[in-house]
Design a protein around this ligand. Sequence first.
Ligand SMILES: *[C@@H]1O[C@H](CO)[C@@H](O)[C@H](O)[C@H]1NC(C)=O
Length: 187
Amino acid sequence: MWLFTLVSAVLVATLASAESKSASIYIQPVVSGHNPPSLIAEVQYDTANLDITAPTAEVTSYEAPDLPDGASLVRIGIYDTAKSQWASSTSVASVDNFSKGYSPHFMVSVDGKGEAVLGASVRGVRIDAGQTRDFGPQALVLVSTQGKQPELNKPIVLSPEGKKVVVEEKSMLQKSGTPDSLRKLLC
Ligand SMILES: *[C@@H]1O[C@H](CO)[C@@H](O)[C@H](O)[C@H]1NC(C)=O
C-alpha cells in the first residue's frame, strides 16, 4: 500500500512536469547601435491549467536589465537566438517600468493549447511601502483563441466614474466628415 502510494505520487509528479512550459522573455533597448536582445525572465506555466482567473505562471528567473544610457524605450518579446529574430509579437515599454520601487509584471500571451507563445509585455507595478510579500517579478499567462492576434497593451477607456467604456468604431464617413467637394456634388 505504501509502495503504491509512492509510485502514484511519482507518476503524478512526472505528468505534472510534462505539462509545464517555459517562456524565455527577452528585452532590447530601442536605441541606435548594436544592442541584441538579452534574456530578462523565464516564465513557467502549466498548460493543463490555463485559467485566466487562476494565474499559474511563475517567474523562475529574473535578471534586472542593463540598459545603455539614452535608452528610454525597450522592446519585449520571445527571441530566437539561433535565428537572431523575434519569435513572437513584441511590445514596447518605457524604461521607467524598471525603476526602483517598481516590480515588473510580465504578461505572456499563448495560443489556445498553451503551446506557442504569441507575445509578451511588461509593466512596472509600484511596490507599496510595507508590502511584505508578492513584491517580486510576477507573470500572468493569457490564453488567446487560436487564429487570433494577441491584444497586448490594448487601451482600456475609463469613464470619469472609473467604469469601463466600450468605444464604438465610427464609419469612415463619420470620422472624416463629408468633404466639401463631395458635398457640392451631392447638392
Ligand atoms: C510602462 O511603459 C508604458 C509604455 O511606454 C508607459 O505608458 C507606462 O507609463 C510605464 N509605466 C511606468 C510605471 O513607468
